[in-house]
Design a protein around this ligand. Sequence first.
Ligand SMILES: C[S@@+](CC[C@H](N)C(=O)[O-])C[C@H]1O[C@@H](n2cnc3c(N)ncnc32)[C@H](O)[C@@H]1O
Ligand SMILES: [Zn+2]
Length: 377
Amino acid sequence: MQTITENTTIIKATLPERDPTKKQEVFYNPIMSSNRNISILLLNSISNKDMNIALPLAGSGIRGLRFLKELKKEKINKLFVNDKKENFVEVFNENLKLNEISKKTIKEKICIHYEDANLFLLNQIKHPETKSFCGYFDYIDIDPFGTPNPFISAAISRITRNGVIAITATDTAALTGTYLKVTKRKYWAVSLKNYMMHETGLRILIRKIQLQGIQFDKALIPILSYHKDHYFRIYFISEKSKEKCDQIIKQHQYLLFCSKCLNHEASNYNSNICQCGEKFQYAGPLWTGDLFNKELISTMAKNNPFPEEQKFLDILKEESKKDMVGFYDLHSIAKNYRSEPRRMDIIMKKLKAVKTHFSPNGIKTDKNIKEIVKLIK
Ligand SMILES: C[S@@+](CC[C@H](N)C(=O)[O-])C[C@H]1O[C@@H](n2cnc3c(N)ncnc32)[C@H](O)[C@@H]1O
Ligand SMILES: [Zn+2]
């Protein structure tokens, strides 16, 4: 094992050689430091205080340690860390010492568990250590290898009103159209492999998670959703509201895509003919509502203390101004219509478009494909 430093936190772990999902004594993935940075920034940017925070799949515990050091003082009431790796309790205790976390903080704020993640979430009500704790969490972070599916139900049942559920999914192939049968089985929708596949995959995942909340009248509203490196990440606010659940269902639609003229549109139906006469392909059902809370992403981009995240946050902020389903890919359009690619900034200005983090050549605009082509030609 080696000593690893992430921001100001030190842990003992082995670094993955190539495949980060490969067996390691203690799980630590340096690529995910961005995922952790953004979770810290988000929690410091929302108004929630005195939170009971649960990390059911804590891995090396690096996220929990960083929360203790980097979240504003008033944010944490109790921090619950759990992992079913045999040496987890011992390693986490050692890492608390390495980071000079005070005995008082450890005694008053930290609960360390070694259980199956679902049992950990569901068992808290009767756990002897928690005493006055009511068994519900204000923030739950589901950060597994691969699909989050096994842990979604327990997380939803244990989140407080207005609590935040954060979910990572690294099984991007299953959501982006590589295995159609897998998408159907695991995510109850049809994926489509084209330049929009990361957006459609993310939206398919959002709907699947929302459906699991809706059955308990819990409306899971995305406040920040993105694709980065090899994973999807979504933060939901959970609200108890039948009306909001009904509104969510109305925003579960299909995304229709025409491979001939590159037109796209949201629809309640998965079959239609494009204006050019071609039959639409489709992805979904998927979430067609907002991916971002505009104020939140704007605050995050403004108050960000991590220089390595600034560019990404600025793109998300820009994208949130046209939070619409689907985008156009300027290279695909140029290729399809045999035109020379034009300067992106000039085209964007004319189309009143914004960039999207889903693709370096992607733009979001209210204009339709005919108007875009006219401008490019
Ligand atoms: C991707 S890692 C977590 C990384 C961590 N959240 C971080 O930010 O560094 C996934 C962890 O989940 C743990 N795990 C997998 N299945 C589990 C289960 N059913 N219950 C508890 N822990 C589990 C693994 O031991 C592994 O440490
Ligand atoms: Zn068409």
